[in-house]
Design a protein around this ligand. Structure first.
Ligand SMILES: Cc1cc2nc3c(=O)[nH]c(=O)nc-3n(C[C@H](O)[C@H](O)[C@H](O)COP(=O)(O)OP(=O)(O)OC[C@H]3O[C@@H](n4cnc5c(N)ncnc54)[C@H](O)[C@@H]3O)c2cc1C
Length: 297
């Protein structure tokens, strides 16, 4: 990990909140549902899809999970009312995974049911490796009753190929990403070349087995590999989509879209934006480096 990235990440809490806000503005849609949905409308008008993430994953009481569910239900209602083209993305720890996994399942079930009634879709984000097994178990449980729910897998985890084989019977709707948390070498690949090769292997495997894949990356090489696989398999544009984070590699995003591929933009928003920004940047100094460099571009 380059020294500069580590230094930036460590000194971040000393940076005034107003400056963090200025940087975060590019990556976060604001604090309210209204701000987030105005941004969704802008992106929809340019032909992009969206997925909304209400910030705030680390909770200490189930009450907070109930509040998060209410917020997400409100987001679903507003998406429907405004006829926006947006799904929602949820983190199970925000819905109580670490406090009571059964309660978390029931709350997520409520969300997925309501999303289904509104003709919408819930993507379950993947968090750090302490959550992987429970997240995949809850995903399998939900698929007994619902099809409008998808999950995320991470190419940096050594277990992922086995996980997707185990889920094959469900033909899941996946988001495939490299993975953003810092994980130990025993369970994750650290060499970016290996992560990239595993990403391509997984992508080809998932697309060949008929899964819909949200190809989540800003890496031009991964985009190129994805385009190659899509061409070789002669896939229609309804079989996959590209996904990118708000504010990241927007030029690449436009190029992909102009090539006739669907692109979904992941839009985080909410009152927890400051804690979220600092936590993310401290957790993964590489991100701090990206943001720092982006500031001066
Ligand atoms: C839509 C979406 C959803 C995601 N969901 C999850 C999830 O559920 N779980 C999970 O673990 N990870 C998730 N991720 C994060 C993903 O794992 C990270 O983006 C990963 O660390 C970066 O991978 P990359 O493919 O962009 O390649 P990299 O090689 O890391 O990045 C390629 C280039 O993109 C730029 N870049 C990448 N990330 C950023 C950034 N944050 N800010 C500024 N520039 C950046 C840099 O210029 C970099 O050189 C998601 C990513 C996307 C796009």
């Amino acid at each position: 990990m380059p020294l500069l990235d580590r230094v930036i990440a460590r000194t971040l809490p000393l940076v005034p909140k107003s400056i963090v806000r200025r940087v975060a503005n590019r990556y976060i849609a604001g604090e309210t549902v209204d701000e987030a949905l105005r941004l969704v409308a802008d992106l929809n008008a340019k032909g992009f899809r969206a997925t909304l993430d209400v910030l705030g994953e680390h909770i200490h009481k189930l009450d907070q999970a109930h509040r998060a569910i209410e917020e997400y239900l409100h987001v679903l209602e507003e998406i429907a009312r405004r006829k926006a083209d947006s799904t929602i993305s949820v983190k199970l720890t925000q819905l109580g995974l670490k406090l009571d996994a059964d309660a978390c399942l029931e709350m997520t079930r409520r969300l997925v049911r309501r999303a289904g009634e509104l003709n919408n879709f819930v993507r379950i984000d993947m968090e750090d490796s302490t959550c992987t097994t429970d997240t995949l178990r809850i995903y399998r449980e939900l698929r007994r009753d619902f099809s409008n729910v998808g999950v995320v897998v991470q190419a940096y985890l050594r277990r992922t190929l086995a996980d997707v084989c185990a889920l094959k019977d469900l033909r899941p709707n996946y988001r495939l990403c490299k993975g953003v948390y810092v994980e130990p070498l025993e369970i994750s690949y650290h060499d970016m070349r290996v992560i990239n090769r595993n990403y391509v292997t997984l992508l080809e495997n998932l697309l060949r087995s008929g899964s819909y894949v949200g190809i989540a990356t800003h890496d031009e090489l991964m985009v190129w590999e994805a385009m190659r696989i899509i061409r070789e398999l002669k896939l229609p544009s309804t079989a996959y989509e590209f996904q990118m984070l708000l504010g990241v590699q927007e030029q690449l995003r436009d190029i992909i879209h102009a090539g006739g591929h669907n692109v979904r933009v992941y839009i985080p928003f909410g009152r927890d934006w400051y804690a979220y920004s600092v936590r993310r940047l401290r957790e993964n100094p590489r991100l701090a480096g990206y943001v720092f460099r982006a500031m001066f571009k």
